[in-house]
Design a protein around this ligand. Structure first.
Ligand code: HEM
Length: 446
């Protein structure tokens, strides 16, 4: 593997890094690629009061996430914002509190539980295909595929996490999640955070969204705790492992819902957008599904027979990782990450979007080419990390991959995206979303 590239230069920071902060707020994906191109794999920025590093090389990523991970916490300014609606939960906890929570949440994601979640995902995707087919005219239907995938993953989460019917106010919940995602981004990147009590539209929207989410999750947790019908869903497992502590269950459920649903929706949106611009891959995938499934709805057990499907998912995650950047980390003590010496309070960022498009590891890096994933990986392990890595790797990785594969297979058996000439611009928020939504036309095939 090529060694980290050092140029010996660092970007100059005007006005204590206000210029960097501005680029990060407005155009961060381009900014990261530009600074890596001009300053190498280890880039030091000043962000207001913080010294901050961007680490692009897999060697640094491995050292940070596996050997030195315990010397870092998630950036306090971000976790303080998200904690307002998430509470103390797996996503935000640190140290022993994190270890205990991870142990308690893990059983909900055991391999033996996944097939039941997968079957719910297939049924829900089938219901969506029914609704879209009903709406079609002359065999065609046009809709905002990004909004629809977000709603679908919310409905799947409601069924698999809570064993509940999708809520009638699903669109309202979806809007609330979007508002919180934008609030997290805005408030954690602003030098100054204004009090929520100020009569500003953004603050009103935030408080409304927090209330909608709290009502949703608290309501579902209490409904379930009042029942004792032994359903085998994720919430049952959380209640058992949190020994019935409703507040703890509420917080971890909220964090799973927020961490799991927007990322899964974004993956599906980008995947269908890529297939619409790559008709050859769409045809190969459709062929694999026809041959292997012979028109039957897919099951979790079918997935090993569908290598092209999995390769398409993996390639989408490479080019459009929903978690385009990992959580900003903050050094909690003096620590060396290979040659980078950090002081307590320093920030470190890893950006899968940039590393996964590095031409040293992925030839012709901007090209959508699932064939890369049909043979043994030719890239170093830590050059591809759509689910993070090390002890804080995504807890929902297997669930998310299975859900994506099953939803794609179910929908493509019924509808096919019509060709598109261009992909939307990626927009960096809590997840990577298509800017301006994703209006796509689909043809009904089954
Ligand atoms: C395509 C789907 C998904 C992607 C791309 C994704 C990505 C990620 C990434 C990159 C991390 C690590 C963040 C970091 O280290 O800074 C993470 C953590 C996490 N993810 Fe996911 N995720 C997905 C689906 C899910 C699902 C379905 C769930 C839950 C049902 C979930 C729950 C979590 C939680 C709780 C954490 C924090 C784990 C911890 O700190 O111990 N994710 N995810």
């Amino acid at each position: 593997m090529s060694a980290p590239r050092q140029t010996g230069t660092q970007p100059s920071a005007a006005l204590l890094g206000v210029d960097h902060l501005y680029r990060i707020k407005t155009d961060q994906l381009r900014f990261y690629r530009e600074v890596q191109a001009s300053h190498g794999d280890t880039v030091r920025l000043r962000l207001g009061p913080y010294r901050s590093w961007l680490l692009f090389h897999p060697d640094h990523i491995e050292a940070l996430l596996t050997r030195k991970w315990a010397s870092f916490i998630r950036f306090r300014k971000l976790t303080d914002v998200v904690r307002q609606w998430n509470g103390d939960s797996l996503l935000l906890a640190e140290g022993d509190s994190w270890r205990t929570r991870r142990r308690k949440v893990m059983p909900a994601f055991q391999t033996k539980r996944l097939p039941a979640y997968g079957r719910e995902a297939v049924k829900e995707a089938g219901r969506l295909a029914d609704r879209l087919t009903e709406r079609s005219e002359n065999g065609r239907v046009t809709f905002d595929t990004d909004a629809t995938m977000a709603r679908l993953t919310l409905d799947i989460a409601t069924r698999t996490f809570f064993g509940a019917e999708p809520r009638a106010n699903g669109d309202e919940i979806e809007t609330a999640i979007q508002i919180l995602s934008e609030t997290a981004f805005r408030e954690s990147t602003s030098p100054l955070t204004l009090p929520d009590a100020l009569p500003l539209p953004a603050k009103r929207r935030k408080l409304w969204a927090m209330q909608v989410m709290d009502d949703l999750v608290r309501g579902l947790v209490h409904e379930r705790m009042a029942r004792s019908d032994g359903d085998d869903d994720l919430l049952t497992s959380l209640i058992e492992h949190h020994a019935g502590d409703a507040e703890e269950v509420r917080n971890d459920t909220m964090s799973l819902l927020i961490a799991g649903h927007e990322t899964s929706g974004a993956l599906l949106s980008w995947l269908f957008a890529c297939l619409a611009t790559e008709p050859d891959w769409l045809a190969q995938l459709a062929d694999e599904l026809d041959t292997q499934l012979s028109g039957h709805p897919p099951t979790p057990e079918d997935l090993p027979k569908l290598p092209i499907l999995r390769a398409v998912v993996n390639e989408t995650l490479r080019l459009y990782p929903p978690a385009y950047t990992l959580f900003l980390r903050q050094a909690d003590e003096p620590v060396d990450v290979l040659d980078v010496s950090l002081r307590p309070g320093d920030l470190v960022q890893i950006v899968p979007f940039t590393t996964q498009r590095d031409p040293r590891f992925f030839p012709d890096p901007d090209r959508f080419d699932p064939a890369r994933h049909l043979t043994e990986p030719s890239w170093p392990a830590y050059a591809y990390l759509p689910f993070g890595a090390g002890p804080r790797v995504c807890i929902g990785q297997n669930f998310g991959l299975m859900e994506a594969c099953l939803v794609v297979a179910t929908l493509l058996q019924r509808l096919r995206p019509e060709p598109m000439t261009t992909l939307p611009e990626p927009m960096a928020r809590f997840s990577l979303r298509p800017k301006g939504g994703l209006q796509m036309s689909w043809r009904v095939v089954g």
